[in-house]
Design a binder for this molecule. Structure first.
Ligand code: FBP
Ligand code: MG
Ligand code: MG
Length: 348
């Protein structure tokens, strides 16, 4: 029986409360209030004017929009009222120390998909909850340099036609939608299960000429459809909002790729490990999907720095495994369709 509301879900997660669980619940509650504030601001209809303006560049050189900064301020402020020791954000070069005695560290992408703000396409907020480890060497980023398997929970809000929260606290991936009538988040699905197989991929195909051969070959084979080695037609989607692409995959399966490519600064792709790839990988695995950097499981990568980028492939588990084979099976590279039927390597 699905819990009817987010509150009921959080209460059942608490069970016999311990310090970490209580802290996770208190933090999720603060996050939902902050996200609701952002949603209300967006709904005032200022898109394309105040919020689509640009400010400068963030620590990673990305253009910051006013809404990026506004969202960062709102979430940082909310975390001052949560049991959070450290707040790390895409928009801030260094983590902020909030309360050294608190048990949690939060890494956040306050506004994901910001290139979509002025086009009125869904955007979101992604967060990762980690145990604060202290900083014996004085490095405030230390808590964030843990592998994603250590996450206590992860989620994202999506500011779309509905304000939804996709959340995992380590046991399934749950979807809640804000009911403005009830004034609370209501559980929309008990737990998502991503189908193992798919005929839908998401990639920014404009980068085709920059990709490594393994990625090109994989996409070529999908595009050949029923006449090619896959012997089935594929569909393509690319929203350019990670949260929206991920939400779709949680609803109906599919595979998402943002690989590294040959463009300057893109050797490790575009997405950030600590506050984009890790929380998304956690949600996807908790929904029976898989997430890799094309070869290695994302959640096992030890981050070396807070803002590091990582190639990302996630979604339907069998398709993710197939993409790994394009990268690890050298005989696959460079051979074209007629040979596939003889070798049979990539048959489902
Ligand atoms: O514009 P591109 O290269 O297709 O990249 C789109 C990707 O970049 C992102 O917008 C990066 O996130 P930010 O908007 O938080 O920088 C993802 O949401 C999206 O998947
Ligand atoms: Mg982002
Ligand atoms: Mg962002």
């Amino acid at each position: 029986m699905p819990a009817a509301t987010l509150d009921a879900f959080l209460n059942s997660y608490l069970g016999q409360p311990d310090e970490l669980r209580s802290a996770v619940v208190a933090t999720v509650r603060q996050l939902t209030q902050a996200a609701t504030k952002i949603r209300n601001t967006i709904n005032q209809g200022v898109l394309g004017t105040a919020f689509a303006g640009t400010r400068g560049a963030n620590a990673d050189g990305d253009i910051q929009k006013d809404l990026d900064i506004f969202a960062d301020d709102i979430f940082l402020d909310a975390m001052r009222h949560a049991p959070v020791a450290l707040y790390a954000s895409e928009e801030l070069e260094q983590p902020v120390l909030l309360d050294s005695k608190a048990p949690l560290a939060i890494a956040i992408d306050p506004l994901d998909g910001s290139s979509n703000i002025d086009t009125n396409v869904s955007i979101g907020t992604i967060f990762s909850l980690l145990p604060a480890t202290g900083a014996p060497d004085g490095n405030p980023a230390a808590s964030f340099l843990q592998a994603g398997v250590n996450q206590l929970g992860a989620g994202f809000f999506i500011y779309g036609p509905q304000l939804a929260l996709v959340l995992s606290l380590g046991s399934g991936t749950h979807v809640f939608v804000l009911s403005t009538r009830l004034g609370t988040f209501v559980q929309a699905y008990e737990s998502r299960i991503i189908p193992q197989r798919t005929q839908e991929f998401a990639i920014n195909a404009a980068n085709y000429r920059h990709w490594d051969e393994a990625v090109r070959l994989y996409i070529d084979d999908c595009l050949e459809g029923i006449e090619g080695p896959r012997e089935k037609d594929f569909n393509m989607r690319w929203i350019a909002s990670l949260v929206a692409d991920c939400y779709r995959i949680l609803m109906r399966g599919g595979v998402f790729l943002y690989p590294g490519d040959k463009r300057k600064g893109y050797r490790q792709g575009r997405l950030r490990l600590v506050y984009e790839a890790n929380p998304i990988a956690y949600l996807i695995e908790q929904a029976a999907g898989a997430a890799t950097d094309t070869i290695t499981r994302i959640l096992e990568i030890e981050p070396e720095s807070l803002h590091q980028r990582v190639p990302v492939v996630f979604g339907s588990a069998r398709e993710v495994a197939r993409i790994t084979r394009y990268h690890t099976e050298p005989s696959a590279i460079g051979e074209r369709a007629p040979l596939f039927s003889r070798r049979g390597l990539f048959r489902a």
